[in-house]
Design a protein around this ligand. Structure first.
Ligand SMILES: NC(=O)c1ccc[n+]([C@@H]2O[C@H](COP(=O)([O-])OP(=O)(O)OC[C@H]3O[C@@H](n4cnc5c(N)ncnc54)[C@H](O)[C@@H]3O)[C@@H](O)[C@H]2O)c1
Length: 430
């Protein structure tokens, strides 16, 4: 394939070398003349394991050319990979100066292009950039339409500096955000042979998932480091602890707890997080991330209350252990606002509540006895708004059978097939 690559920093230079190695004709474009001179003479513009050797080989193959002329590079290629930098501006926002200038130049070139062209954005871009910022610039400058005359897509890059050639050849997966199968087919020609999944999604999801990946990595590192600081203060070996933590692939290193839903609660997480923060405090250890988890959870609960209060209420959950149940807190807040509440919970049979649970309810929600109902159909029937926190078959069937078009469901659990429900459905944060 004839490919133009814009921006020959880490991402662009490694892509140029690897695509040249794989037999493609590659045009490298950069505004920095010194990088172009290095590449033209078979040298690498970035310090990376394996790049010296690889650049020498691909330059000798004659498949690589370089230029500062963006428009000509678009005209001379079938596909453009955009890898220019997107650094932080002083206020923390993403500086899109380079990529927007480049989009305008590409648009001017596409105006004169009569053959199909695919533009693949590989720079990290805040969600919405391709469709709301770059597409209008390119369409305006070219007088042509995305999806008709050319195709824009977004393919996040996952290589890491230091191991970038190896990461190029063995990424965790290939994610392609594309709105058109023609673009996806061309990308498969380039990356379909890699030993990983090739997953196609929307352009916006692809942009967002790149941020999620980096945020998740930062979160994991910080988790290990805060744990280590606390361990050191407590005289515990942090490596031993984290090794044990990572050996649980059921709850820890797994998909568990990574599905968006309602706030957490229960008899363990809140109290153990509080005890962890206290331990850190008395040992003079700063653990800002772990210490702010409860505050974030509180925000999620507040969002649910806000959504319910924007309408009316009735309500549900999935264990009879109500200690620190975020649903109980939500109910308290709603009762406090004067909302008429009824509760259905298949697992909470008040008469059978014993010990701590009973005491908790007596202390925290004494009027729950009058609110809990045994008949789900009656609860659905008499409510204007239903807050659903449990999506088991029994609840789903009742909802499918009894809901009416005048009712509103506030979905805290991401119910399946909501289009089949007769009421209006509003997700908590989706
Ligand atoms: N470095 C990484 O490990 C990595 C990994 C994944 C994603 N990314 C993302 O990829 C993008 C590129 O990162 P990088 O580290 O390769 O950046 P970099 O700063 O090393 O290189 C960017 C290059 O773009 C060039 N450039 C700027 N404006 C240009 C223009 N108008 N036309 C042509 N070239 C232009 C610059 O001269 C520079 O050579 C960023 O969005 C980054 O967030 C980087």
């Amino acid at each position: 394939m004839k490919i133009s690559i814009f921006g020959l920093g880490y991402v662009g230079a490694v892509s140029l070398a690897c695509l040249g190695r794989d037999g493609h004709d590659v045009i490298g474009v950069d505004i920095d003349r010194s990088k172009l001179d290095l590449i033209a003479s078979g040298k690498t513009p970035v310090v990376e394991e394996g790049m010296v050797e690889l650049m020498r080989k691909v330059a000798a193959s004659g498949r690589i050319t370089v230029t500062t002329d963006s428009e000509q590079a678009v005209l001379d290629s079938e596909m453009s990979l955009v890898c220019v930098g997107t650094p932080s501006a002083a206020n923390g926002s993403q500086d899109q100066g380079a990529i927007q200038a480049l989009a305008a130049a590409m648009g001017r070139a596409l105006k004169h292009k009569t053959t199909p062209h695919v533009v693949v954005f590989r720079s990290t871009l805040v969600p919405g950039t391709v469709e709301d910022v770059l597409r209008p610039i390119i369409e305006e400058a070219s007088g042509k339409k995305d999806g008709v005359d050319f195709h824009l897509c977004f393919q996040p890059e996952f290589l890491r500096e230091g191991s970038s050639i190896r990461d190029y050849d063995k990424p965790p997966f290939t994610i392609l955000g594309a709105n058109h199968p023609a673009a996806a087919d061309r990308l498969r020609e380039l990356f379909g042979h890699l030993p990983c999944k090739f997953l196609q999604t929307s352009v916006r999801s692809a942009e967002m998932m790149k941020y999620c990946c980096n945020n998740f990595h930062a979160l994991k590192i910080t988790f290990a480091n805060e744990t280590a600081r606390l361990c050191e203060a407590l005289g515990v070996d942090p490596f031993e602890v984290m090794d044990l933590v990572c050996q649980d692939t059921q709850l820890n290193i797994s998909r568990a707890y990574l599905r968006p839903g309602f706030a957490f609660g229960g008899s363990c997480l809140p109290k153990d997080l509080r005890a962890t923060s206290y331990l850190a405090k008395i040992n003079d250890v700063e653990i800002p991330m772990l210490s702010s988890i409860l505050a974030s959870n509180q925000e999620h609960l507040a969002l649910a209350a806000k959504k319910v209060l924007a309408s009316g209420l009735s309500f549900k959950s999935g264990t009879d252990d109500l200690r620190e149940s975020p649903l109980v807190t939500l109910a308290e807040q709603l009762i406090g606002k004067g909302i008429q509440l009824s509760v259905y919970d298949p697992d909470v049979h008040l008469s059978q509540l014993l010990g701590a649970n009973r005491r908790y309810i007596e202390q925290h929600l004494p009027h729950i006895g009058q609110l809990v109902r045994a008949d789900i159909e009656a609860v659905i029937g008499e409510s204007e708004v239903l807050v659903v926190a449990l999506g088991d078959t029994h609840v789903l069937t009742a909802l499918q059978r009894c809901l009416r078009p005048d009712q509103l469901v506030i979905d805290l659990t991401h119910l399946p097939n909501t289009a089949e429900l007769k009421a209006q459905v509003q997700g908590l944060s989706w």
